[in-house]
Design a protein around this ligand. Structure first.
Ligand code: ADP
Length: 445
């Protein structure tokens, strides 16, 4: 899968030229996505459902009422602004809430409603009168655990008898004194300690076990083993739920170990295409000349919004400050920012406080490109061997779904080598990239 490829590239980068290229940290990326997410991600694909018992009827719900939730929870859901279940929730919720409870493995890209789904399942299954942990949820990092907790708290707004605890590093507990909270969310190491060393959770009394972001989880050394060790402490009838944004073999193997007899739900990401995008290239000799070309394009860029991609952090910084010197207000998104700062930059851009965003590859994920009508590759995307990185090209420029808005892309070619890369991209997608004269922009209309 793609993620594997990217991750191995990362590993190399951190030893080679970590300064030059921004690193992708999966957990941070996921956190960033959550911080900037304002609504469900559109996905018009059909869910694929693989039932453990193929003969049992396939339930799917179109409304939350059909789920016969506690009124307090239904009120909480509506208060969050949810009107109807998302694609993945339509199938996942009836399975998770069925009696007897069913195990589930669910995969869909981030933003499709997984967290909300398992938050509802956890809340539905606890009995507030029993003052001990009944439901555990594992997340890859402290920050991601907090995000999940916030969703549960919002959803339980009208169900105040239910309480949460966070099993994360730094949270102190009294050895042997069992927690009174009903739901515990945490990272695998601390959760394991709380179940074994500190004995503040009796794993035999757990009825729902959730593993969130399994793909991110297994990317962290030790998390997989710790999760499996926790899993072994749980009663066999405990409901096991596993969620992942991607599904490569390693995730699948892990999922099979911790979720026996699963139902499986998948929602494939919508394909990105270049069909609605006009692609151009312009020839320059070096970065100063590319900068001038960009200035010539500037009016066209700011009719709507534009993203300018640079290969390195250094180049992005150079370009942003040159543009600033010219009096252009641009946003700069690059890897040395904290997640909070990055989220703030993206929010400002989304709110159109700035019309142009200068960034490196890895920072741009999670930005909804639908609102961007122009993409400039100040540097063409290449892999570590200098070959065209088609996947990144598509990700930068493509739109999901056939009805994505129209847009155009400008590629800045600054050497024979980058011309070669451009040709590789052209061949790969079998789409013509037209030459653009930045001093005469009529072609773009
Ligand atoms: P995931 O866990 O797959 O990343 P989330 O559960 O975090 O997805 O949901 C993504 C966004 O969509 C959140 O802002 C969430 O509040 C919202 N959301 C989730 N379910 C629904 C729904 N049924 N209707 C409307 N919005 C929803």
């Amino acid at each position: 899968g793609n993620i594997t490829a990217r991750r191995s590239v990362d590993a190399k980068q951190s030893s080679d030229n970590s300064e030059e290229r921004d690193k992708i940290n999966l957990a941070e990326q996921s956190l960033l996505n959550k911080m900037i997410r304002t609504s469900l991600v559109k996905n018009r694909n059909q869910v694929e459902v693989l039932q453990r018992d193929p003969n049992s009827p396939l339930f799917s719900v179109k409304t939350f009422e059909e789920l016969r939730l506690k009124p307090e929870l239904l009120q909480g859901i509506y208060n969050m602004g949810f009107n109807r279940p998302s694609r993945i929730q339509e199938s996942a919720l009836p399975m998770m809430l069925a009696k007897p409870p069913q195990n589930l493995i669910a995969q869909s890209q981030s933003g499709t409603g997984k967290t909300a789904a398992f938050a509802l399942a956890m809340l539905s299954h606890v009995n507030p009168a029993n003052k001990w942990p009944q439901s555990l949820c594992l997340a890859p990092t402290f920050e991601l655990a907090l995000q999940i907790g916030q969703v549960i708290e919002q959803m339980a707004k009208f169900y105040p008898d239910v309480n949460l605890a966070y099993a994360v590093r730094g949270n102190r507990v009294n050895r042997g004194v069992v927690l009174e909270e009903h739901i515990v969310i945490g990272t695998p190491g601390t959760m394991l300690d709380w179940c074994t060393k500190y004995r503040v959770i009796d794993p035999k009394k757990i009825s729902v076990f959730v593993l969130d972001e399994a793909d991110v989880m297994i990317a962290t050394q030790g998390h997989q083993d710790q999760s499996i060790r926790i899993h072994r402490l749980l009663p066999v009838e405990c409901q096991m739920l596993l969620f992942s944004a991607t599904f490569e073999d390693s995730v699948w193997k892990f999922a099979e170990r911790v979720v026996p007899d699963p139902n499986i739900i998948r929602l494939r990401r919508e394909e990105e295409t270049l069909d609605t995008i006009k692609q151009f290239y312009t020839i320059c000799t070096e970065k100063e000349e590319k900068f001038i070309a960009l200035c010539n394009l500037y009016v066209a860029l700011t009719i709507a919004q534009a993203i300018v991609f640079c290969q390195t952090r250094k180049m992005a910084m150079w370009l942003a400050s040159k543009l600033n010197e010219q009096g252009h207000q641009v946003a700069l998104l690059s890897g040395e920012l904290t997640v909070e700062q990055r989220a703030a930059v993206i929010k400002r851009f989304r709110d159109a406080n700035e019309k142009v965003l200068v960034t490196t590859n890895v920072c741009s994920r999670g930005i909804d490109v639908e609102q961007v009508s122009v993409v400039v590759n100040f540097d063409l995307p290449v892999d570590l061997d200098g070959n065209a990185d088609n996947e990144t090209y598509l990700h930068r420029i493509g739109r999901s779904g056939r009805f994505g808005k129209r847009g155009f892309a400008v590629n800045m070619v600054d050497s024979d080598h980058s011309m070669e890369v451009l040709r590789q991209i052209e061949m790969h997608f079998n789409r013509k990239i037209m030459k653009l004269d930045t001093e005469n922009l009529e072609e773009m209309e």
